[in-house]
Design a protein around this ligand. Structure first.
Ligand code: NIG
Ligand code: FE
Length: 405
């Protein structure tokens, strides 16, 4: 197993160095093999350590592999007609009443085999890799029964075994929507369904099918009280918690996140200054999803209150067939700049080191001991990552020291 000594015109470690939050070296060098990164810094420090390593010169930028910390990438089917309705002004409730929404994707997952879901996800992950992404969080949440949630999680596990694809972090999102069979019209439908989800959790945790548990906490989704028992049990079982909160209304999700020690809260179009302060105090990451608010025609989250409170900001694609019909983290980055006003440093850290930290992984940075996940870009400066939109311009993508795109 031979090492590679990569010397590049510009390199970002994404670990702060002095006043340089991106930890840039120009030129820069990194010595790595399949076991991890052995040295990184300026060529004068790293090249002498290279020994018999194969030397590669890159006339361009090198960054850590990108980390997409919020996706529903294991979806099946299409909701293109629903998109047309949405663009014509239909709201969530109207779309759901016409048979669209999360339940439409649920039907597609229930009709698919585990193998089909795994193959569809694998193809999607390969396309994400071509955009420079080396780690993808993937949620279930379109099964909504024990057998179908497990099927979706098992498909995610199958795709995650393929070392030629990005790394996968699996999240169990049973509390995504109320499935049709749980709808009796009674006021406690959601409580009873949450009780079922709770009963599935131990088995899912014991089989290692999920690293995190997520729940959709909102006005037209689940309440804090309904989801709390599932989240508390998840923590007892050693799982992390991520939450969809504040997409349509602030129903107390930040306080719940603080209570259960959530790793992240995601969306946040509606969040108070007190909520932001709680997130900062509990070191809960804020995962912003600009493609979703763009699709829904929503105002952006209050980025200044997140900044003022010192919350760690992450940017993710939300890849899903309803509110974020894209697989492109670079598109989310472009919208984070244009629509949310995040600056370049916030965006780069939000798709590398901060995204990885929110997932509890050591990727997202070029540092000794970190995995050899890195991207050789076909341009010289990270500003090029924000435009032009929608192009794959990674010249080479390494996961664990092996080329995957
Ligand atoms: O992150 N808000 C809830 N969940 C997804 C939408 C999923 C879907 O519409 O299929 C979201 O926006
Ligand atoms: Fe989502």
């Amino acid at each position: 197993m031979s090492a590679t000594l990569l010397v590049a015109d510009r390199l970002l470690t994404c670990e702060a160095r002095g006043g340089d939050a991106l930890g840039s070296f120009e030129p820069g060098a990194v010595l790595f093999d399949e076991t991890g990164i052995h040295a990184v810094g300026s060529p004068q420090d790293v090249v002498p350590l290279g020994g018999a390593a194969t030397r590669v010169e890159h006339r361009g930028l090198v960054t850590p592999g990108l980390v997409d910390a919020h996706t529903h990438a294991a979806w099946m089917g299409s909701r293109a007609r629903e998109y047309g309705m949405r663009m014509a002004g239909a709201d969530y409730e109207t779309i759901a009443a016409a048979g669209g929404g999360i339940v439409a994707s649920m039907r597609a997952i229930r009709a698919a085999s585990r193998r089909d879901i795994a193959e569809t996800l694998a193809a999607r992950l390969a396309r994400m890799a071509s955009l420079g992404v080396t780690t993808v969080e993937v949620k279930s949440g379109y099964g909504l029964s024990e057998a179908d949630e497990r099927k979706q999680l098992e498909a995610i596990a199958i795709a995650s075994e393929n070392a030629a694809l990005p790394r996968v972090v699996p999240t169990f999102l049973g509390l995504h929507a109320l499935p049709p069979e749980a709808r009796t019209g009674a006021s406690d439908d959601r409580v009873r369904y949450a009780g079922q989800v709770l009963s599935w959790l131990d088995g899912i945790a014991q089989e290692g099918l999920a690293a995190f548990v997520d729940a959709y906490v909102d006005r037209a989704a689940f309440s804090v009280t309904e989801v709390r028992p599932v989240l508390l049990r998840a923590r007892e079982l050693g799982l992390g918690v991520r939450l969809h909160i504040g997409q349509f209304a602030d129903v107390g999700g930040a306080a719940l996140a603080a209570e259960v020690g959530a790793a992240s809260v995601d969306h946040l179009e509606h969040l108070s200054a007190e909520g932001a302060a709680l997130l900062a105090a509990t070191r809960t990451a804020a995962v912003l999803l600009p493609t979703a608010s763009f699709t829904l025609g929503q105002a952006p989250p209050d980025v200044p209150i997140l900044r003022a409170a010192g919350v760690s900001i992450v940017v993710a694609s939300d890849a899903n067939p309803g509110t974020a019909p894209t697989e492109s983290l670079p598109l989310a980055m472009a919208l984070a700049a244009r629509a949310y006003g995040l600056d370049l440093t916030e965006i780069i850290l939000g798709v590398t080191a901060r995204a990885a930290s929110s997932l509890g992984t050591s990727g997202g940075r070029l540092a000794v001991g970190a995995p050899s996940d890195l991207v050789l870009w076909s341009f010289e400066h990270e500003a090029e990552l924000l435009q032009p939109w929608g192009l794959a311009r990674a010249r080479a993508v390494y996961r664990g020291g092996r080329s995957i795109a």
